[in-house]
Design a protein around this ligand. Structure first.
Ligand SMILES: *Cc1c(COP(=O)(O)O)cnc(C)c1O
Length: 392
């Protein structure tokens, strides 16, 4: 290694170490439902996955995957545009569009790819983006990649978003972009308010429903549906299939011509290997399970209410969230890491969330609840939190 590269790495890594921002990817060897087995910590109850409906190891999905692998093998062999567009993709896109109540859907490899690829395809130099300050990194990176002028409004401040849109001037297009459910706080965007501002300022509204899909709305159709909105108010809807769907992949939903345009130009759809047909066949089964999961969603709602009531009973801070994302704000990096480690000792896996994922000074334990948890699991977590939470 050249001395300059050695020096650069030493400096950067020691700065991360000094600020308690080194990221560790903790390995596990096995998993069953909400239980993970790790060599260092033994069996852990997982309270930080995005598997909100407990589908990631559902027997019907495991069966679908096995059957489809027998039929197709494991890989897709190329981009969708070369020879990777399996009939499974075509069928899934149509089924997902119907489920969402949108005219058309385009499948992507991941939520990161869809958000960067959609924004970059629609706006560029000379255009304007107005973006919530707490938007997911994939939306932020899409804004950067596009080259458009970006203004970030204070979290959830719809009036400020409107003022920023009003100040964009008459040149170029305007894109208004937000998480539908904020990934680190669990709160919902004021979607009708954003839709009003978009309409008033002729802006295109794009919402990322990574965390609402499968969890909120009639039959799990998501946050946008739960707000009574659709393609007229929210012309660009994105979501991932790696969270409540329990698998992998992502999509954008929109009007037929919009999706056709993205099919033509979106670089993160074009210049990348298609999702394997066996995985997409599994997604088709996951869609059926998500649509039928009303009972799991009702159970999840009870767990959320029970968790918040338990925190209150123990004198712990309220999370302020009605979704499965339940953040306990701690503040400093080292304190948050220590609490996460203390939970791990007690058999709970809740990863500490630090900058740049969240703003400095707002490090947190981001607890996530899943329909695969039992009420007892949640009670046990509350007890563990009560035992380790600093009190003065
Ligand atoms: C997880 C997440 C993504 C990324 O989706 P992947 O499929 O994991 O790449 C995008 N947006 C939000 C809000 C997310 O939470």
């Amino acid at each position: 290694m050249t001395p300059s590269l050695r020096k650069f790495l030493d400096q950067r890594l020691s700065a991360l170490q000094a600020s308690h921002r080194i990221r560790r990817r903790l390995p596990f060897e096995g998993r069953a439902g909400v239980l993970a087995h790790s060599a260092d910590a033994g069996d852990l109850k997982v309270f930080c996955s995005n598997d909100y409906l407990g589908l990631a190891d559902h027997p019907r999905l495991v069966h679908s995957w096995r059957e489809a692998v027998n039929q197709y093998g494991v890989g897709s062999t190329a981009s969708q545009y070369i020879n990777g567009h399996s009939a499974e993709i075509a069928a899934f896109e149509a089924e997902l569009a119907e489920f969402l109540g949108y005219p058309r859907v385009l499948l992507f490899g991941s939520g990161y790819l869809v958000n960067t690829g959609v924004i970059d395809a629609l706006v560029g130099r000379g255009d304007h983006i107005v973006s919530d300050q707490l938007n997911h990194a994939s939306l932020i990176d899409g804004c950067r990649l596009s080259g458009a002028a970006v203004q970030r409004y204070a979290h959830a401040d719809v009036a400020e978003a409107g003022r920023m849109l009003g100040a964009c001037g008459s040149e170029g297009q305007r894109l208004l972009v937000s998480d539908a459910v904020f990934s680190m706080d669990g709160d919902l965007a004021d979607m009708p308010g954003l839709a009003d501002q978009a309409r008033a300022h002729d802006a295109w509204l794009m919402l990322d429903d990574a965390h609402g899909l499968g969890v909120l709305g009639p039959h799990g159709r998501g946050a946008v549906a739960s707000a009574g909105l659709g393609v007229d108010e929210v012309p660009l809807l994105t979501g991932t299939l790696g969270k409540s769907f329990g698998v992998y992949g992502a999509f954008v939903a929109g009007d037929t011509d919009l999706i056709e345009y993205l099919v033509q130009v979106s670089r993160t759809a074009i210049f990348t290997t298609a999702l394997p047909p066996a995985l997409v066949a599994t997604l088709r089964t996951a869609l059926q399970l998500v649509a039928e999961a009303d009972e799991a969603r009702a159970h999840l709602s009870r767990l959320i209410a029970g968790f918040r009531a338990g925190l209150q009973a123990q004198g712990l801070p309220d999370t302020g969230s009605d979704t499965p994302i339940q953040p306990l704000i701690v503040g400093a990096e080292a304190d948050t890491l220590a609490l996460s480690a203390a939970l791990r000792k007690r058999g709970f896996w809740v990863t500490a969330i630090r900058p740049p994922t969240v703003p400095a000074g707002t490090c947190r334990l981001r607890v996530t609840l899943s329909a695969a948890h039992s009420a007892k699991d949640v009670e046990a977590l509350v007890e563990a939190l009560a035992a380790i939470w600093p009190r003065n």
